[in-house]
Design a protein around this ligand. Sequence first.
Ligand code: MRU
Length: 350
Amino acid sequence: MADLGTDLEVVAWIDGRLRILDQTRLPDEEAYLDLTGVDDVVDAIARLAVRGAPAIGGAGAYGMVVALDEARPSGVEEARAVLEAAAARIGAARPTAVNLPWAVRRVRDAAIGGTSVEEIRRLALDEAHAIVAEDREACAAIGAHGAELLADRHRILTHCNAGRLATLGIGTALGVVYAKAAAGHPVEVYAPETRPLLQGARLTAWELHRAGIPVTVLPDGAGATLLASGRVDAVVVGADRIAANGDVANKIGTFAHAVAAARAGVPFYVAAPRSTFDPATPDGDHIEIELRAPDELRGAPGRPGAPAEVAVWNPAFDVTPHELVTGIITDAGVLRGDYSAAIARLFEQI
Ligand code: MRU
């Protein structure tokens, strides 16, 4: 077991190639995939081989360089067209996490002014590296702010996976957990299994166990009962997009934990970097919620599920209204109270 799991590389640029840890194969196998074309990048993001808002931002950013390498443009205008097309395609691979379109646009905007094909590629790669490095730092800062805020709260309920597997650093919600552990605080995590793709049971449990942090998996429906039992000191979840008024889109099931936490008097925190805020979206009603394939809930050989004939509704995310959020732990500090004003101030500083 590595020290707090620091050896995990979820998205990496190695030998001129984009390599991702294939999360569809965890926890059985630690296998890596080289993504050598735009189709590969879009496919890996869409089927959650790489997942989590900041991690798909990083994969998308490097995907822009993959697009240039695949197309081999013969001139500057062609290279610019490749960047535009790749930003549109990769940026739309999943609709809810704002980090993805934010990252590909950032790479496009940084590279498009290059005056040769070589310069355009270099600018694109530099920007992708910068996005990855910034997320690593943002995760560390979130961890530090969260560990201070939750110094006396050791039993954490999270949801989905907002850890190393979901980011380019130590994670957001789990970044707080790792920072507490590194500071020598006792810490233990409750991880709802997160149906239907089991990011909690497969990924959070694997990641935390590997890092030596006590973790207990529960069915999604047991969250309210656990909260009411007094066995949780704080809920800490990640986010895919935070609107200008503080409404939070995160994995389906998050809203239910927030409602149950409010009833139980347990604080409900969201941990997210500034790249997950979307000041252009006024509130949660304006966030597009990804609807995934009905087959994720239908049975297949060896996998019990709904009969093929019945209707399925499979939203991947929900929106927790800001009134239920006790605080938002960002890389720039903890936001509370009037989120509209706090978020506006956050972006004035940039
Ligand atoms: O569908 P997923 O697995 O990409 O959903 C991920 C989440 O909902 C995470 O909580 C969110 O992206 C934050 S990751 C730091």
